[in-house]
Write a new protein. Structure first.
Length: 232
């Protein structure tokens, strides 16, 4: 394969700059239309839970011991699995009377824990912001009930109740437009480069000397009879 130096490569791209700009603009428009018209808006709704002192023994004692903190930290991972379990999701769907499949609900649930804190954040995503909010809050309620039944302790409490969001979490027209424009730029560069590699015609004196390894002694200019003063 013939080697092309950086200067020549830049010159090739510069000569085809109109095509490159045109391709980038097309992709940018497609990205904007995709983000604003085609992409399905999804709404996130989150509730946070705090792991407090287990209500055992003396109910009047509110102090949190080192043992409580250690137990809560170890339970965070387990609690996260319980929240996304089939049993929990099934109860949530039943309680809310939703006509949704368990798998479709589960894949739109994310559970995260705040580092160095006994706080769990439940986030639910749905096309309907109201349903997302309802599922998030009901997940918290069902989960708290299950922890009481399983561990016989009452150490989980709602810190922040989920609220209905009116702004989609996955719609960002500027980001989509910029992303598609970047893809268009890469494709346009690849297109111009491949087109140049497949073009084996000699375009000027310099290319002819480069290929034949001999100097050009004379050239014959094109004759255009339509131009005034045209010479053979």
């Amino acid at each position: 394969m013939e080697e092309i130096d950086l200067k020549e490569l830049v010159s090739i791209f510069w000569e085809k700059k109109i095509r490159i700009i045109f391709i980038v603009l097309i992709f940018a428009v497609v990205g904007y239309v995709y983000g604003s018209q085609i992409k399905t808006p999804m709404y996130n709704s989150s509730t946070t839970l705090v792991l407090a002192k287990a209500q055992e023994g003396d109910p009047t004692s509110t102090s949190i011991t080192a043992t409580d903190i250690t137990v809560n930290s170890k339970l965070v991972a387990t609690y996260s699995e319980i929240i996304k379990s089939d049993a929990t999701v099934r109860d949530v769907i039943k309680n809310l009377g939703l006509n949704l499949k368990e798998e479709s609900v589960k894949k739109n649930i994310s559970v995260t824990d705040v580092e160095d804190a006994e706080v769990i954040k439940i986030t639910v995503s749905n096309e309907d912001p109201v349903i997302a909010c309802q599922i998030a809050n009901e997940l918290a309620n069902v989960f708290i009930s299950k922890t009481k039944d399983i561990y016989k302790i009452d150490n989980v409490h709602v810190l922040d109740v989920a609220e209905v969001e009116d702004v989609p979490s996955n719609i960002n027209n500027m980001k989509d437009t910029a992303l598609f424009a970047a893809i268009g730029l890469v494709i346009s560069f690849a297109y111009v480069f491949i087109l140049n590699m497949l073009d084996n015609t000699v375009k000027n004196q310099e290319e002819l000397e480069k290929h034949l390894k001999v100097p050009v002694i004379a050239t014959i200019p094109n004759y255009d009879p339509d131009k005034k003063g045209g010479k053979r």
